[in-house]
Design a protein around this ligand. Structure first.
Ligand SMILES: Cc1ncc(COP(=O)(O)O)c(C=O)c1O
Length: 363
């Protein structure tokens, strides 16, 4: 087994990278994987140097957002193995988006080969075990070539690049965040909210900025039809622990089917013996019944929610029992802590699992 190059040897602008200080920003790594679809088929794909894409000005990705993407992480285990978490689910989700946007599917073999190559060939950029940082992997599928009318592209590029990242929200590790309910909708009930397509995110930029201006970490979207049921946050799914000890997550046709949420729901049922349910969650009706809440995703991992802005005020989760502590010392609820430890322990190869979720590469 080959160990990953460890330590601080990577430099940016002559300065050594300090893994502990990384935010969630693009850092150029050495190589990326690129494959092209033409005349009905994919080429083999290859690793390339340049991070610059030269695109025809008529590319449907640019005009009509005919593009989708994925996000997953590679982690360095204590023994130096490089671990991916359930990458087959990212492949499956990319192909669902491809179908929705009339793009060719990326065969799972090509998807995994591209992801593995981009990670392995940039392995010196994988933050070391215990640094709190990891390597974010961004596969993308875009429609390229000269088009003018509203029609699918005739050519497509599948690209995978990687970047070392720190925590998505400013605080490292498990620290409470805050959300503000957005007055803007993210996704219509039968629209594209359940697909990871760029168009959803362009529409969310203003909502995120507005939430940040209100002092929140992120926007929270309610359902577009009734403005009542929780959908999801700008880049994470929502979980809540009810006072009677169940873990619930919104059932909605408009939310992204998150790999993290699916995994946490299963861990809660199997390892914590919690009743779990995916069901519509009425924010205003049910808020007082929540003992804990969290936002989860590849980037967010599992971030406990301390308070939510809605109906003109900050509403504190479980004010009676956790509220003061959360405000004072950033205390994290016990279930979120347990779920976080389980999830991260499995993702880093510290806790054994027999689901087959861990995908080690380069071994
Ligand atoms: C809108 C949105 N919801 C949820 C998630 C969580 O999905 P996953 O757990 O697959 O990363 C993401 C991505 O991280 C997202 O962008």
């Amino acid at each position: 087994m080959q160990a990953v190059t460890r330590g601080m040897e990577k430099k940016i602008g002559g300065k050594a990278l300090n893994w502990a200080e990384l935010g969630f920003e693009y850092i150029r790594t050495d190589l990326r994987f690129s494959a092209r679809w033409r005349d009905g088929q994919w080429d083999e794909g290859r690793l390339i140097d340049s991070e610059i894409m030269s695109l025809h000005e008529g590319s449907p990705a640019l005009h009509y957002a005919q593009e989708c993407f994925e996000g997953l992480k590679a982690q360095c285990a204590r023994d130096g193995r490089v671990l991916l978490f359930r990458p087959e689910l990212n492949s499956e989700r990319m192909n669902q988006a491809a179908g929705r946007l009339l793009m060719p599917e990326v065969p799972i073999e090509l998807f995994l080969r591209g992801v593995e190559a981009a990670v392995w060939e940039n392995r010196a950029w994988i933050p070391p075990f215990g640094s709190g940082a990891n390597l974010y992997v961004r596969p993308m599928l875009i429609g390229v070539g000269g088009n003018l009318g509203l029609m699918p592209a005739k050519e497509f590029e599948f690209r995978v690049f990687v970047s070392p990242v720190g925590p998505y929200y400013k605080q490292a590790g498990l620290a409470p965040i805050t959300l503000a309910v957005s007055a803007m909708d993210r996704a219509a009930p039968h629209g594209t909210g359940n697909f990871k397509v760029g168009a959803n995110y362009a529409g969310g930029l203003l909502a995120t900025r507005t939430a940040r201006q209100q002092g929140a970490s992120e926007a929270l979207y309610l359902d577009a039809a009734e403005n009542r049921y929780i959908d999801e946050a700008g880049s994470a799914n929502i979980l809540a622990v009810t006072r009677d000890g169940s873990l619930i997550t919104p059932r909605s046709a408009a939310v992204l089917p998150g790999v993290t949420r699916r995994s946490i729901m299963q861990l809660a049922a199997d390892r914590l013996n919690m009743p779990t349910a995916e069901r519509p969650i009425d924010l205003r009706e049910e808020f007082d019944d929540f003992a804990e809440m969290g936002a989860c995703g590849t980037a967010a991992v599992l971030s406990p929610i301390a308070r939510i802005w809605f109906d003109g005020a900050w509403q504190v989760i479980n004010r009676r029992e956790l509220g003061n502590k959360i405000h004072g010392a950033g205390v994290v609820g016990p279930i979120m802590q347990e779920l976080y430890d389980l999830l991260v322990g499995i993702q880093q190869g510290e806790i054994a699992e027999d689901y087959g979720w861990i995908h080690a590469i380069g071994t």
